[in-house]
Ligand binder design. Structure first.
Ligand code: NAI
Length: 340
């Protein structure tokens, strides 16, 4: 095998080296809210990603420490920390991807919607800066309620004349991560092989895992199992909020999910074919204007929003019943963004 590798034609060698660490294009990733519960482990994971050449860490405070710490890791990305609004422009300039986990997390008894008033304002001001300093970057929105913060971002960008629906993503990857883990446990299949699309939105019943399309297939799961798996996926965030008992919401699993999604975006930008992830994007898959479904990622962000595929009766019901809540969360975001 070694001999064959040495005598491989130059074109094959070139394409191989294209995908080895160090020869990827320059890519700048910025994390807004980098000193937070999600921000810190996400900064670590993005520092470990060989597709990142420049990692910019921004928060209103405490980023110099996080940046100094992460910067000592011997991986490709050059790290810079920025603290305070006067450094936001510098943090954003030249970014390919902006990841936003800025804001407050849930406490027990709160819904994601309860976060609206604080986080909507934070997201709005950050998006005004994105439109000014890196209007062409892909935006990965993590701040909740994602069902509303993504429409807020869209409205801010429309006002600034920079909106490109191919570049705005609500990060719903944690729902997919949970659906995969819970399904693998129940169906007793190897978790690393599991795929489950999760569609709709990112709060309670708007999260609709499509277990009828899960692979590897399992014949051992009955209707009640599917209902229980669906409910556990929808309430996964609350499970963590309650277990943390007042100390916040999912941070480590969210950082992992955010890193998986950003990696997919980077691969798409770099021209790697067939990169498909679920995400909450502007959509015509249903009559709801923003909707999570499988999305093919490419050099300009969204290359194609994929349809839902065949649904079970239970999923069809779930789809119909999520639409009113999702629509009203979108309207709430649009209304907020358009207030003076
Ligand atoms: P956290 O409170 O630990 O961290 C938030 C960080 O944002 C803090 O460091 C804070 O200083 C910073 N921040 C506040 N205002 C800012 C501004 N104007 N500019 C930049 N940074 C600012 O919260 P955590 O646990 O990291 O959660 C962050 C957000 O992510 C919350 O909205 C939470 O609901 C959301 N989340 C989303 C998930 C998803 O699946 N999309 C899952 C879990 C949480």
């Amino acid at each position: 095998a070694a001999l064959r590798r040495r005598t491989a034609p130059p074109s094959r060698l070139m394409s191989r080296s294209c995908y080895s660490s160090g020869s990827h294009p320059e890519r700048k990733v910025v994390i807004l809210g980098a000193a937070g519960g999600i921000g810190q482990p996400l900064s670590l994971l993005m520092k470990l990603n060989p597709l990142v050449s420049s990692l910019s860490l921004y928060d209103i405070a405490n980023t110099p420490g996080v940046a100094a710490d992460v910067s000592h890791i011997n991986s490709r990305a050059q790290v810079a920390g920025y603290a305070g609004e006067e450094q936001l422009g510098q943090a954003l300039e030249g970014s390919d991807i902006v990841i936003i986990p800025a804001g407050v997390p849930r406490k027990p008894g709160m819904t994601r919607d309860d976060l609206f008033n604080i986080n909507a304002g934070i997201v709005k001001s950050l998006c005004i800066a994105i439109a000014k300093y890196c209007p062409n970057a892909l935006v990965n929105m993590i701040s909740n309620p994602v069902n509303s913060t993504v429409p807020i971002a869209a409205e801010v960008f429309k006002k600034a004349g920079t909106y490109d629906e191919k570049k705005l993503f609500g990060v719903t990857t944690l729902d997919v991560v949970r659906a995969k883990t819970f399904y693998a446990g129940k169906a007793k299949v190897p978790v690393a092989e599991v795929n489950v699309p999760v569609v709709g939105g990112h709060a309670g019943v708007t999260i609709l895992p499509l277990f009828s399309q899960a692979t590897p297939k399992s014949n051992s799961l009955g209707d009640e199992d599917i209902k229980a798996l669906t409910k556990r996926t929808q309430d996964g965030g609350t499970e963590v909020v309650e277990a943390k008992a007042g100390k916040g919401s999912a941070t480590l699993s969210m950082a992992y999910a955010g890193a998986v999604f950003a990696d997919a975006c980077l691969k798409g930008l770099n021209g790697v074919p067939d990169i498909v992830e679920c995400s909450y994007v502007q959509s015509t898959v249903t009559e709801v204007p923003f909707f999570a479904s499988k999305v093919r990622l490419g050099k300009n962000g969204v290359e194609e929003v994929l349809g839902l595929g065949p649904l079970s009766d239970y999923e069809k019901e779930g789809l119909e019943s999520l639409k009113p809540e999702l629509k009203s969360s979108i309207e709430k975001g649009v209304k907020f963004a358009n207030q003076s």
